[in-house]
Design a protein around this ligand. Structure first.
Ligand SMILES: [Zn+2]
Length: 321
């Protein structure tokens, strides 16, 4: 209900109701609506300018959260990158030189993105740079980690190869090192049995009858039995890599032909069979069929105790048995 206005009619001094024409009422209402609308629009405009709409507010919060997550992700990337760099340094400075392996070229370690822009779809947003740089870093790290992983696999393979070779090379004394060394590799003026000058191809050990004789490296027994040529009872082990070891003048043989032995396995007992003037062990190493100086294939500076420990660690047999 609109409010009624009255006015004083000076002609008859009576209050009379003001009668507005309809068009005037309509105009008045339209002005009122227009004014209200104008104020509302002004209000919304100011509010949005300074506070944003509720939807914008939520979106802004989400953007802030995402930014925070990106910055946490970047910090984690920093830590991972540091770890990866230190692995890379160990690889290049330590493992590869020890293994005599070439270093990995820079271009392989840092493969880049191969020319194809995989993150182009992220362009054109307010935070394009943040998203792109983070994803590119992740990609870069993934590539580096792959290269590093492959590198460690080859190092592991190489070291296993090395270990295999090291386990096979004759590398210890065939008897307790507290026994004295006898005749060395080289020309002997007078052979103790034959009585004339002759090349001596092995390293002798002065050991009493029945002294335990051990395999000096992993390998396969290729001869086991009596030798017609003067070695008496003997064992020959093929270690691979062109190397064989020969253990001669044994009183007893403990391993048959064609079995695999490991370093430290008991293979026989010393004696004086064959061309021998008294109990001793003749230990010989041939490389690609030719004798080489066996003294270069073991370290005799170790103590009896160390040797015992070594035999126990390596071999299936131990001195205690
Ligand atoms: Zn000899």
């Amino acid at each position: 209900m609109g409010k009624r206005n009255y006015f004083l009619d000076l002609n008859d001094l009576q209050y009379k109701q003001v009668k507005h024409p309809f068009w005037k009422k309509l105009l008045h209402s339209l002005f009122w609506i227009a004014g209200t609308l104008a104020i509302t629009v002004l209000y919304i405009t100011i509010f949005q300018k300074y506070f944003g709409s509720p939807k914008e507010h939520v979106l802004n919060q989400q953007i802030d959260n995402i930014k925070l997550e990106y910055s946490i992700a970047n910090r984690k990337l920093d830590i991972s990158m540091k770890a990866l760099t230190s692995l890379k340094q160990s690889d290049e400075i330590r493992y590869r030189p020890i293994m005599k392996m070439d270093s990995i070229p820079w271009s392989i370690r840092n493969p880049g993105f191969g020319g194809v822009d995989r993150f182009r779809s992220l362009d054109g947003y307010i935070n394009s740079y943040l998203m792109r740089s983070t994803l590119e870093r992740i990609e870069e790290m993934k590539n580096m980690a792959n290269v590093q992983n492959e590198s460690f696999v080859t190092i592991r393979d190489k070291s296993e190869e090395w270990k295999f070779e090291m386990d096979h090379l004759p590398a210890i004394s065939p008897v307790d090192p507290s026994f004295r060394l006898g005749d060395r590799y080289g020309f002997r003026e007078v052979h103790p049995v034959l009585g004339y000058g002759r090349m001596h191809y092995g390293q002798d050990f002065e050991v009493p009858n029945g002294t335990k004789v051990y395999a000096t490296g992993n390998g396969r027994v290729v001869e086991s039995g009596r030798n017609g040529g003067g070695f008496g009872n003997y064992v020959v082990i093929d270690h691979g890599y062109g190397l064989v070891s020969i253990y001669a003048h044994l009183s007893e043989i403990k391993v048959p032909k064609d079995i695999n032995v490991r370093r430290g396995d008991l293979i026989g007992l010393s004696g004086s069979t064959g061309t021998s003037s008294g109990p001793h062990l003749h230990y010989q190493i041939n490389k690609y069929g030719s004798p080489v100086n066996a003294i270069n294939f073991f370290n005799n500076d170790i103590t009896q105790e160390e040797f015992r420990e070594m035999i126990q660690a390596f071999g299936s047999d131990s001195m205690l048995r």
